[in-house]
Design a protein around this ligand. Sequence first.
Ligand code: T3D
Length: 263
Amino acid sequence: MDERFLTIETASGVNTITLDRPETLNSFNRPMAEQLQHALAAAADDEAVRAVLITGAGRGFCAGQDLAAVVGSDGQIERDLGAVVRECYNPLIVALRTLAKPVVAAVNGVAAGAGANLAMACDLVIASTSASFVQAFSKIGLIPDSGGTFLLPRLVGYGRASALMMLGEKLSASDAASIGMIYKAVAPEELLPEARRIAAQLAAMPTRGLALTKRALNESAGHSLLQQLDLEAALQRQAGQTEDFREGVAAFLAKRPAQFKGR
Ligand code: T3D
């Protein structure tokens, strides 16, 4: 059987994917990237999954591309990095941003290179105060990939994004939270309980409404206000046709907790 670089479990509607190559801080080799692509596709198809939680095994979250795998047995680098980015990383970012379910990143330790940008492509990022984020690419002569040049300036502004990407310095989780790059930083022992609590909360919410919210946010980046207002009206029409909308209104009027089914 092929070696597995992820552990995956589903409980109470939450699909937890743990990146599991701790000896290299969960850096990506091609099999791990492909396994994560398959895991996200499976989460998308599984009706029992209503939220996804991504974290890392050991002391790191993900150190980006496994740099040892870049060098051939002859010590030379003869790899088409454009092809690697298209085949390994771009599909992951597209899968995360288009998954019609919320994705929580629980960043347990350093997130570097593509690992940092993978975290930012998730819907909510919670990090341990012992974690850090590094746009490590500039240190090895590369450009930030995995959606970093799109997402980071939108999260923190062009000036900070440009400094973080060019200097490649480590940003602590607390600083990342204070500049709005991530949702929040919590004490290390609180990370998984808090991430699981939030993922379970999301899994019990109106899944289709959350998916339409995600779509509206995705598309806002390239829209004018008028285009976005038009999109909101179209998506609200769809949200208004869900069972969960009817249940939400009925529960509110009956002053009882809503039982959302994700339909
Ligand atoms: O070719 C393509 O695929 C193009 C696509 C590129 C996408 C990218 O992600 S490019 C960016 C690649 N990542 C990096 O450049 C980060 C390299 N790592 C670091 O800068 C540091 O390790 C960290 C800042 C992430 C963490 O530092 P620290 O001091 O906490 O840990 P460490 O001692 O450096 O690392 C611990 C071990 O993990 C160490 O192995 P050892 O000595 O214990 O056997 C180290 O070599 C290994 N490791 C860390 N990052 C990687 C790695 N091994 C392979 N690839 C890594 N990226």
